[in-house]
Design a binder for this molecule. Structure first.
Ligand code: ZN
Length: 188
């Protein structure tokens, strides 16, 4: 297993739709194991294929809820059904989201309150999860990655401008930026 470099906003792989997984083989098992290791090392609560430079439709997630229940798994070729988003402005305290491909930052964003994830696991078995709250948010965030969309692309004013300014300042928004969890400290 290995920790993989995480691509930063501007890498083309993050900004184009990913292709379906077609082979359930050792390469896929290794990739998923590496993605779990990378997500845990970051640390993060979700990681999608494109974030480690692999343009395939899969993501891993791992998040412990307020009742100490761990939600952890891999979603391969997922479909996602979400409830409509509220038109109220996002609450900075409860709705601030972050992304390992836009590291060290968090911005408020409204998401659908509930989501149904339908996906295939590593054994090729299809499953369905009904999620709400933060888990529903994680699924929406990771699913966006497979469509070539970052959460910063969805921000409202003024947060979209702040994010764009940060990206410019750090030389993001162009190809060639990545960071390696456990080696680079981008939160400083
Ligand atoms: Zn992300």
């Amino acid at each position: 297993m290995a920790v993989l470099p995480i691509r930063i906003s501007g890498e083309p792989v993050l900004h184009s739709p990913a292709a379906p997984v077609t082979e359930w083989d050792d390469d896929l098992r290794t990739l998923v194991a590496d993605m779990f290791e990378t997500m845990d090392a970051a640390p993060g609560v979700g990681l999608a294929g494109p974030q480690v430079g692999v343009p395939l439709r899969l993501f891993v997630y791992g998040w412990t809820d307020d009742d100490e229940v761990l939600h952890r798994g891999v979603a391969i070729n997922p479909e996602l059904f979400i409830t409509p988003t509220s038109t109220l402005p996002a609450d900075p305290d409860d709705e601030s989201e972050g992304c390992l491909s836009f590291p060290g930052e968090r911005f408020p964003l409204v998401r659908g309150a509930k989501a149904i994830l339908r996906a295939t696991d590593l054994e090729g078995v299809q499953y369905e999860i009904e999620a709400d709250g933060w888990l529903a948010r994680i699924f929406q965030h990771e699913f966006d990655h497979l469509e070539g969309r970052l959460y910063v692309d969805r921000l409202e004013r003024p947060f979209n401008r702040v994010a764009a300014k940060i990206a410019r300042k750090r030389g993001w928004g162009e190809p060639g930026n990545a960071w390696l969890p456990g080696t680079d400290d981008l939160d400083a």
